[in-house]
Write a protein that binds this ligand. Structure first.
Ligand SMILES: *Cc1c(COP(=O)(O)O)cnc(C)c1O
Length: 395
């Protein structure tokens, strides 16, 4: 299921093109008068998709912080060429965790919130902790099922499996919600990269973020705290918010928690596994050579995990593999996987090379930034993030 044909060639486009409109409608219904200021830290994909979604949406401003040397050149160019008077993009001299921490500090800064309110502003988030990100994603699982039935691949009512390359646990949770709403999904297959916290969790019932953070070729899945897992924990805790709160408190205080056997028993529809860097690259190359089909590293992780699932289970139920990004967004990793001899070339040159070999046209999202003017040049230190926001808002 290729979910990357939106304006920024990431699956996040689907929800982020709808979220701004859900948000301003909700704000109006609740008589919120302030202008909404979206603050986002990004490791690459969320930033651009959120910028594109909120650009020129009346009653909103959006400020995106990204690690200046921590995103791919194409991702950076996508962000710094963003048009729209209500958009702000800042590179920080730090990593994604520092960007995220800085944003979280601003969200919980009471004095800043009061000052914002007195000027007619209020903060909100475009990350997938916002339920407005999850709700639209349910739709494509329903649609996929309808398509399979309509094409005669399955009969109506026949179960399918889904495989989801997972980071913050938003996309796979939307599949779980689709299942709760009646779509016959049998197994929810959770694919991780070498940051395999979720694989360990589904296997042992213990969630433990105390481990090394590994940078991989699927950066949108380089996550140690999958925020939306909390929503699943709440469900399997029998919607007991106290129990849920205690587990999450343990996670922030000691970095881990363990669920009870009764809770774990409710996770039997989930299967977790992971793929290493080498097998991910091999998967991209093999699929291209055998099937003439080019996938990005996130999708390749999912594809590897599906192979492992089939071997483990012998299950041959029809399965939808979710494809979350265009291979053109990660041209260097993809090109390296199929031919390692072109490492000297720029990412745009590599995109042209990929087009030649795959005969899939370079997407418009990449073409239009190739020579686009750079509109955002602000760079700051990690301890200057609040000051930068103040300057943008004239506080
Ligand atoms: C965000 C992202 C993911 C992870 O999705 P979650 O909803 O956070 O689990 C996977 N692949 C790509 C390309 C992404 O941008």
């Amino acid at each position: 299921m290729e979910l990357f044909h939106g304006p920024t060639i990431a699956f996040k486009d689907m929800a982020l093109s709808i979220l701004p409109h859900l948000m301003i409608t909700a704000a109006r219904k609740n008589q919120v008068k302030e202008e909404i200021v979206i603050l986002t830290a990004t490791s690459g994909d969320t930033g651009k998709a959120a910028l594109a979604g909120f650009a020129e949406v009346e009653g909103t401003k959006i400020i995106v912080f990204y690690p200046k040397d921590g995103v791919s050149p194409i991702q950076q160019k996508q962000m710094v060429t963003q048009k729209g008077a209500n958009t702000f993009v800042v590179g920080i001299n730090g990593n994604f965790d520092q960007a995220q921490t800085g944003v979280k500090q601003m969200f919980s800064n009471q004095a800043l919130a009061e000052e914002m309110a007195s000027r007619g502003y209020r903060f909100s988030s475009a990350n997938s902790i916002n339920i407005g990100r999850l709700v639209p994603q349910v739709a494509y699982y329903v649609y996929a099922y309808g398509q399979l039935a309509g094409q005669g691949e399955i009969s109506v009512g026949e179960p399918i499996n889904v495989v989801v390359p997972t980071g913050n646990f938003g996309n796979i949770l939307a599949a779980y919600y689709a299942k709760q709403m009646g779509i016959p999904i049998a197994r929810l297959i959770c694919a991780s990269n070498e940051n395999k916290v979720l694989y360990d969790f589904f296997g042992t019932g213990t969630y433990d973020k105390n481990r090394e953070f590994i940078l991989t070729s699927s950066p949108s899945m380089d996550i140690l705290v999958s925020s939306n897992l909390e929503r699943l924990i709440y469900q399997i805790a029998g919607q007991d918010d106290e129990k849920n709160r205690r587990l999450m408190a343990a996670l922030s205080e000691q970095g881990n928690y363990q669920i009870s056997p009764e809770m774990k028993a409710q996770l039997s529809d989930f299967y977790g596994n992971f793929a290493g860097e080498e097998e991910t690259a091999v998967r991209i190359r093999e699929l291209f050579e055998k099937e003439d089909y080019l996938i990005d590293p996130h999708t390749a992780v999912a594809s590897c995990v599906y192979e492992k699932y089939r071997k483990d289970s012998g299950d041959s139920v029809k399965t939808v593999i979710v494809s979350t990004a265009s291979p053109y967004k990660f041209t260097r990793s993809v090109m390296n996987a199929i031919d390692g001899s072109l490492q000297e070339q720029s990412d745009f040159a590599l995109a042209d090379e990929l087009e030649k070999r795959s005969k899939v046209k370079v997407p418009k999202a990449v073409e239009e930034i190739r020579d686009a003017e750079i509109l955002h040049k602000t760079v700051c230190e990690t301890d200057e993030m609040e000051q930068t926001v103040r300057e943008f808002l004239g506080l």
